[in-house]
Design a protein around this ligand. Structure first.
Ligand code: CP3
Length: 341
């Protein structure tokens, strides 16, 4: 597995072709996913190893991607740590009683590997099924998880999150420390069960200035990523709208920094430095244009990726639900053929 194009590109080693996978490659863009999920709640499907295995394999079979990503959600470990929440279709995670006070924080218990044994079981089944295709494990980063816990659901402005961050730094750091513990255990459980790489999703970190990111967030994400340094698997660190945070996100302890479509990959490398690979960054909305536009944009991303220490091709954020899956299959073929060394 360490010799896969995906793991090699993460490490900045030479590759036979640029590896490609897609964030949210499993999910609503696939008819076979919509069928298997009929009548099964999102959290329930994440807790059933048979469903997790099948759903994770669906995009690998269909698109010939270079890596699988475990089917789960960033809120799975915080539900396992005692928080009453639901994942509402079309909305996202909704927390019944948001965390706003020190008393509320007591409802978020430290996580043990036993709390997420279903994830370890799913990873073991998948590693057996996947053969030479690497499996990526993942978790939400402390800031992005905190935003759901404090707001109670998705947010555009993060007002309650920032109110706690600025107004009660002590409670803020206590909450993010607890989330770092939960995230660390969740990722370590996946690594022990056999994943070949991990991705830390700090999807909403782009809401912060660099100074605030460094003061209020980076130390906690660094504890998660730094704590996995001995595990020997590549660590990918991703967020959206993070142009000015890319350097700091690398410094947090990543081997690969995920980049959205706003920053060309070669410019990203200037910000991140030569010792880390990059992942990205085709705009997911481009897949709604005609094929000649998709091809032109993908070739541009590959050319910019050639000027980085290592490039894993991906979208700049997740596959949008109405994406035509045939476009993704065709894109994988294009990336493989254009980048063949
Ligand atoms: C912020 C975030 C969440 N979850 C996740 C993130 C970080 C990635 C990102 O920035 O998009 C991570 C995630 N969630 C899911 C995956 C699956 C693995 C993969 O990438 O294929 C991954 C990696 C499944 C899912 N997670 C969710 C779905 C859709 C639910 C369904 O199919 O019923 C899937 C397949 C729900 C979810 N969960 C979350 C959101 C915003 C949503 C979307 C709400 C919606 O549009 O319905 C929280």
């Amino acid at each position: 597995m360490n010799d896969s194009a995906f793991v090699r590109a993460c490490r900045g080693q030479d590759v036979p072709h640029t590896p490609v996978w897609f964030m949210r490659q499993a999910g609503r863009s696939l008819p076979e996913y919509r069928k298997i999920r009929e009548g099964v709640g999102m959290l329930e499907s994440c807790r059933r190893p048979d469903l997790v295995t099948e759903i994770t394999l669906q995009p690998v079979r269909r698109h010939n991607v270079d890596a699988a990503i475990l089917f789960s959600d960033i809120v799975v470990p915080i539900a396992a740590a005692g928080i009453d929440l639901d994942i509402v279709a079309g909305t996202g995670p909704v927390v019944a009683e948001p965390i706003r006070t020190a008393g509320d924080l007591e409802r978020l218990r430290p996580l043990t590997a036993d709390d997420v044994s279903f994830v370890a079981e799913s990873v073991r089944l998948l590693v057996g099924e996947l053969g030479a295709t690497p499996l990526i494990g993942f978790a939400g980063a402390p800031f992005t998880l905190a935003s759901y816990l404090i707001e109670g659901g998705p947010s555009r402005t993060y007002t309650k999150t920032k109110a706690m961050m600025y107004g009660d730094p002590q409670l803020w750091h206590a909450l993010l420390s607890r989330l770092a513990q939960i995230t660390s255990v969740f990722l370590r459980t996946q690594i022990d069960a056999g994943v070949s790489a991990v991705q830390l999703f700090d999807s909403w970190a782009g809401a912060l200035s660099e100074a605030d990111y460094r003061e209020f967030v980076l130390p906690h994400s660094a504890r998660v990523l730094g704590g996995l340094a001995d595990a020997g698997v590549p660590r990918i660190h991703f967020g959206v709208g993070t142009s000015i945070l890319l350097g700091a996100m690398g410094e947090a302890g990543a081997d690969v920094v995920g980049v959205d479509w706003r920053t060309p990959l070669d410019q990203a490398t200037t910000l991140i430095g030569p010792e880390r690979s990059v992942q990205g960054n085709l705009d997911p909305a481009v897949l709604f244009a005609t094929w000649d536009v998709v091809e032109r944009e993908a070739r541009r991303v590959l050319a910019e990726g050639r000027r980085t220490p290592g490039h894993v091709f991906n979208l700049g954020h997740g596959v949008l639900p109405d994406t035509n899956p045939d476009m993704l299959t065709r894109l994988v073929e294009l990336v493989h053929s254009v980048s063949a060394r």
